[in-house]
Design a protein around this ligand. Structure first.
Ligand SMILES: [Zn+2]
Ligand SMILES: [Zn+2]
Length: 341
């Protein structure tokens, strides 16, 4: 297997000499090897990354001989986030550690299900080359509200001051219209460039440029999101039921502020940007009308607006997977388009 993998990686490099980093990683999901030889290494190393890293190091050694300018990246993900006790990554190996913890208030605050701080600490003793794969969306509801902005900024700052030197923030990666996509992207990029910056200043700068006259209202809306995310009993990770993290009061308050923002919009482009901020809240009302108090009388008008925004912004995905917005639109159409008299 190792011989085959070495040959394959060298072949990839020959085929694409412009690519600096080659990824050699475990598969997604669970299922590490349970054979006797692998389990012996796992026990020796105290970590499921033991067998992976020994395998990857052997490939990296081979690559270093012929291509000293190339890097081999490997995930530390799912069952393999804990660093091994004995084996260290070779100098040409990058560890891509996957964030696995609560999204809402920075993983340091609750650390729910993650131990990420101790894993970053452990890996940073073994290597100077840690990249992070950070999640910042609800993969089951790309366009549902996700009040993680303040937490995201805290997490990026944490990475910046704890030996991490590469970062990807994964949100809706499949199409336009991810909730708060533009702001979240701008904030992440700015903090990657210089993690010592004040995230509130970055936010204000973005809103001024992107929402114009409506910026003060949008900033108020963002403060509301921060406030909601501070609730101590609220946690979320990966793919969750947004009803657990979005209260009816939050939907009501957000739409009220965004209505004011929409009235202040000084161009059609800005009005569309405010619509995109409203869409997540309409999405909650339309998907769960009973919980969010959407009456049968009001529903067709809300759906009409939401559909217009989805169409105008060419939104293809409401959740992770194949193109799925058209099916959802058809479902909402059948639910909310009034029948002719
Ligand atoms: Zn095995
Ligand atoms: Zn939490």
């Amino acid at each position: 297997m190792l011989k085959l993998a070495k040959e394959k990686v060298l072949k990839w490099i020959d085929e694409r000499p412009d690519v600096p980093i080659i990824d050699v990683s475990q598969n997604d999901g669970t299922g590490p090897c349970e054979c006797e030889k692998c389990m012996a290494i796992v026990n020796e190393e105290g970590s499921q990354h033991g067998p992976i890293l020994r395998f990857v190091n052997a490939i990296a050694d081979e690559v270093a001989k012929k291509h000293p300018d190339k890097w081999i990246e490997t995930l530390a993900y799912a069952y393999s986030t804990k660093p091994p006790a004995i084996t260290k990554p070779r100098p040409n190996v990058i560890i891509r550690l996957c964030h696995a913890g609560c999204y809402y208030h920075g993983f340091e605050k609750c650390g729910l299900g993650s131990n990420l701080t101790s894993y970053i600490d452990g890996w940073s003793k073994l290597t100077k080359r840690i990249f992070i794969w950070h999640y910042a969306t609800n993969f089951a509801h790309y366009i549902a509200p996700n009040q993680d902005l303040a937490g995201l900024a805290k997490d990026i700052k944490y990475y910046g001051s704890h030996g991490v030197n590469g970062l990807m923030v994964q949100c809706n990666y499949q199409g336009p219209g991810g909730e708060l996509a533009e702001l979240r992207q701008y904030l992440s990029a700015q903090l990657m460039w210089d993690p010592t910056q004040d995230p509130m200043k970055i936010r204000a700068e973005f809103c001024k440029g992107y929402y114009g006259e409506a910026a003060p209202d949008v900033l108020e809306f963002l403060r509301l999101m921060d406030k909601v995310s501070e609730k101590p009993d609220m946690h979320a990770f990966g793919a969750w039921d947004p009803q657990n993290t979005v209260s009816p009061e939050f939907v009501e308050d957000a739409l009220k502020i965004l209505d004011t923002a929409k009235a202040a919009a000084d161009s059609r482009a800005v009005a569309n940007r405010i619509d995109k901020l409203m869409l997540p809240f309409w999405y909650m009302q339309l998907t769960y009308p009973a919980k969010y108090g959407l009456s049968e009388k009001d529903a067709p008008a809300v759906w009409k607006q939401a559909k217009r925004v989805i169409t105008a912004n060419k939104i293809t995905h409401i959740r992770e997977g194949d193109v799925n917005a058209p099916a959802w639109v058809a479902e909402m159409d059948s639910r909310y388009t009034p029948l002719p008299k």
